[in-house]
Design a protein around this ligand. Structure first.
Ligand code: XIL
Length: 312
């Protein structure tokens, strides 16, 4: 029994976790990560990002990401591959390169062809474009070399390039603060329509789900939002779920209730294929001074673990 076992019994494809080589180097933490009863899917925390894979132009470094993919395969797990085009964690040779529109498009297409080609057949899904929207639902230009140099056309160009390199991977748009209806969720729906209008394939919408304990609300809000995306013909997933509570004054019971709310929402929507937490232990979380995950920093299960198990 475990989180993945229960998710699959509920008709989902996986319950998964983000993992890093740091976690893999911690034998006790990695023993939890390797348990396929709890996890049927991995996402690399940083190892597949642009700066990690192509640190200088045309030089690709796959060793760290390959280690994670190998552990997934050894344990019968799926990979969600993350990510191809994002404004963050782009190497300085790209951001400071002052490339013109045509050159930057060719750099992006070359990166996608190499990376997606390297992992062809090994990724259940690719987060092709990550966080392309502002909070008001408009396309991000400020701080994005892609948006400011190429404009929103980089988005369908990226999806078309990914489809060419691996026709079987599910191609996702992934973003935060789109988990419930609002201007940004509407923007994400417009983005999906735009990709289709350009004639490029898009198969999924990833809700990152970086949430805060006590502010999660009710399952019905997430259900109706997921259904609005499903109506566009895409599947959905929670791709980076964590529910922050302050380490100085944590509320683990409310956190457990909030995790159950998200699981219940996914369970109610056929188009929701699975849930990935952004890590599993508070020992390794990207949110400082917070205990947002189902295992504590001593690798013991928290109330959230049991709540997720029972909510499936
Ligand atoms: C985070 C990692 O967890 C950190 O280690 C890194 O310093 C910054 O990125 N949205 C995403 C993820 O899509 O890739 C981010 O991961 C968290 C927010």
């Amino acid at each position: 029994d475990g989180l993945n076992v229960r998710a699959k019994a509920a008709g989902k494809k996986y319950f998964g976790t983000e993992i890093s080589t740091t976690v893999m180097n911690d034998a006790n933490a990695n023993n939890i990560a390797k348990n396929s009863q709890d996890f049927g899917q991995y996402t690399c925390e940083n190892e597949m990002k642009f700066d990690a894979l192509e640190p200088s132009r045309g030089t690709f470094n796959y060793a760290n990401a390959d280690r994670i993919v190998a552990q997934a395969q050894a344990n019968g797990m799926l990979m969600r591959c993350h990510n191809l085009v994002w404004h963050n964690q782009v190497p300085s040779w790209v951001t400071n390169g002052h490339f013109d529109n045509a050159t930057l498009i060719s750099i992006m297409k070359n990166h996608i062809a190499n990376v997606v080609g390297h992992y062809k057949g090994k990724c259940y899904a690719w987060d092709v474009v990550n966080e392309a929207l502002n909070e008001d639902g408009t396309y991000r230009t400020s701080g994005s070399v892609w948006g400011s140099t190429i404009g929103p056309a980089y988005i369908p160009i990226a999806f078309a390039a990914a489809a060419e390199a691996d026709p079987d991977a599910k191609l996702y748009y992934n973003d935060y603060n789109c988990d419930r209806a609002g201007a940004k969720a509407t923007g994400a729906q417009n983005l999906i329509k735009m990709v289709k209008q350009y004639g490029a394939p898009i198969h999924g919408f990833g809700m990152q789900g970086h949430l805060t304990t006590g502010q999660v609300g009710s399952a019905s809000q997430y259900v109706s939002n997921m259904q609005a995306f499903a109506a566009l013909g895409v599947e959905v997933a929670f791709t980076e779920l964590d529910i922050a509570t302050p380490s100085s004054n944590p509320n683990f019971q409310q956190q457990a209730t909030d995790y159950a709310t998200i699981v219940s929402a996914c369970k109610q929507v056929d188009a929701c294929v699975g849930i990935t937490t952004w890590g599993f232990t508070d020992k390794y979380t990207w949110i400082s001074n917070s205990d947002p995950l189902p295992w504590d920093s001593n690798l013991q299960k928290k109330p959230a673990y049991t709540a997720i198990l029972n909510a499936w």
